[in-house]
Design a protein around this ligand. Structure first.
Ligand code: PLP
Length: 320
């Protein structure tokens, strides 16, 4: 390859000429590094020496926006700050300033519905593991298009299997770090097996979670149960659903249950929960049919209604 030594204008031109289809789903990008917002996807870049890039040293959130309403904004921001605190990253923006940045970036994007990709990184500075080498933590935020799953998945259910990827230890599982290799491998194995999701089990054989989704059960005894948050990520979607079910006294709920593989096969219904997918019923586990819970439609409608409501957990960004 003949090497070209590019001048600054050529670098800028090269960046601007980088086009690929995913870019059409990127609506606006803010970073503390740029100190502003760009809507040009080719320029939504960050420094190569940010420890986020070469060590996975950062934390993140995916947040849904429905009808201008930033859904479960407060729990997401709280979890971002909890994750950052666990690995000793101090946000360059306070929670209030970050929320304002999110609202302003959304206004520029003019999106009614979106998924926010929010990152809090260790920041740029040397290619080391040493956090002290960073010049300071950074925020990167991209407003992306919301692409809902096909309706069929919500009606007919999804197919899941048992993961072969070693489960993360409790401490790491509770932090939403950008160090997501086991989660990536879980997604890879599910794609290769032609499944929608795989589910990890902890070293004692109890159900943990999926790549970027929680799993919960509607038991034969008519209870709603999920694994304990001492071993998995505290999902905002599943937590909200359990709160709503409890408030409305639909079913008794138990948070923090040790669930065995056999419990999955005996259940009245299994569900996957997560920000981008909402609440999905499961129709098959490891090649065995499992019933779709009679509550599947109710749960989905409850969450979808909740996404549009003005509650203390949500924020209409036009008012933010
Ligand atoms: C490992 C893991 N578990 C569960 C979830 C679901 O969490 P939430 O409902 O807040 O999206 C996620 C979401 O990103 C995740 O990464």
């Amino acid at each position: 390859m003949k090497m070209t030594h590019l001048n600054d204008d050529q670098v800028m031109q090269k960046l601007k000429n980088q086009h690929y289809s995913a870019q059409s789903t990127y609506k606006a990008y803010f970073s503390t590094w740029l100190g502003g917002v760009t809507t040009n996807p080719s320029l939504m870049v960050l420094p190569m020496d940010d420890h986020l890039v070469h060590r996975g040293d950062g934390v993140f959130e995916a947040i849904k926006v429905v009808n201008h309403n930033i859904y479960l904004l407060r729990p997401h921001i709280d979890r971002l700050f909890y994750s950052a605190e666990q690995i000793g990253i101090q946000s360059p923006l306070s929670k209030a300033d970050l929320i304002q940045v999110i609202c302003e970036t959304l206004k520029i994007s003019q999106s009614e519905n979106a998924v926010l990709r929010l990152f809090l990184s260790r920041g740029p500075g040397l290619y080391s593991t040493n956090p002290a080498d960073s010049v300071g933590a950074q925020i990167y935020l991209c407003v992306t298009e919301l692409k809902p799953l096909p309706q069929e998945k919500f009606e007919k259910g999804v197919r899941i299997g048992r993961s072969q990827i070693p489960v993360k230890n409790d401490w790491l599982a509770k932090i939403k770090t950008c160090n997501y290799l086991p989660n990536v491998m879980m997604k890879k194995e599910s794609v290769e097996r032609g499944l929608d999701f795989t589910v990890a089990f902890d070293d004692q054989g109890f159900v943990a979670e999926s790549s970027t989704e929680n799993i919960f059960i509607h038991t034969k005894e008519n209870k709603l149960v999920h694994p304990g948050f001492d071993r998995i990520l505290k999902g905002t979607t599943m937590s909200r659903l359990f709160d709503l079910v409890e408030e409305r006294k639909l079913l008794p709920v138990l948070r923090g249950v040790k669930i065995e593989e056999n419990d999955l096969l005996q259940a009245q219904g299994l569900f996957m929960a997560g920000t981008t997918l909402d609440i999905l019923p499961v129709c098959e586990y490891e090649g065995k049919k499992v019933p779709i819970s009679p509550m599947a439609k109710v749960f989905l409608e409850m969450i979808r209604e909740d996404q549009k409501m003005a509650t203390s957990l949500n924020l209409d960004y036009r008012k933010g």
